[in-house]
Design a protein around this ligand. Sequence first.
Ligand SMILES: [Fe+2]
Ligand SMILES: [Fe+2]
Length: 200
Amino acid sequence: MQNNLLIYHDFIAGIVEAMDARDPYTSSHSTRVSELTEQICRLLKLEKKRAETIHIAAHLHDIGKLGVPDAVLTKATTLTKDEWKIMKGHSEIGFQILKKIAGFHEIAEIVLHHHEKWNGAGYPDGLKGEEIPFGSRIIMLADSIDAMLSERIYRKAMSVACCRAEIERNIGIMYDPEIAGIILDHWDVFSGTFPYGAEK
Ligand SMILES: [Fe+2]
Ligand SMILES: [Fe+2]
């Protein structure tokens, strides 16, 4: 089944794009994260099949938000402690959805851990360093980059230069030093592929 992942690609991308449209501020988020992930896999010179698996996982990383009520997902003000708990549940919900699909076990694991931080302070399991699946470590970076460079209801988008500085500052804290290091070494080429407007 894993060999046929690409057959599902357009279907998955379309469904997830429709799902993201629930919240105008995150619309196309998963598509952009999948594009950034693809570029990172290219910089890391990953083998094709591995890169494809991680790319599909990137499209699906927030699929569990299907289980988060609109009142929490699109809330314009700060979330309460209980609302945060519900929001954080999206990685586990995504895992539960995906693990039932034949051939998607690895993708389900990557999705489950896409909010783990290198220093162990992430969720849901507080995994540390190389305990975190490699694909999840890549998506953590792509997801953060998209969050920084996109406008939110409560704040403006960050500049590309500030985004670079933030990645550098969080090496070994949020991000895998090796992956983040390669991204920073190739920053000009990488940022040239960003799916954002030219105003940055
Ligand atoms: Fe997420
Ligand atoms: Fe995300």
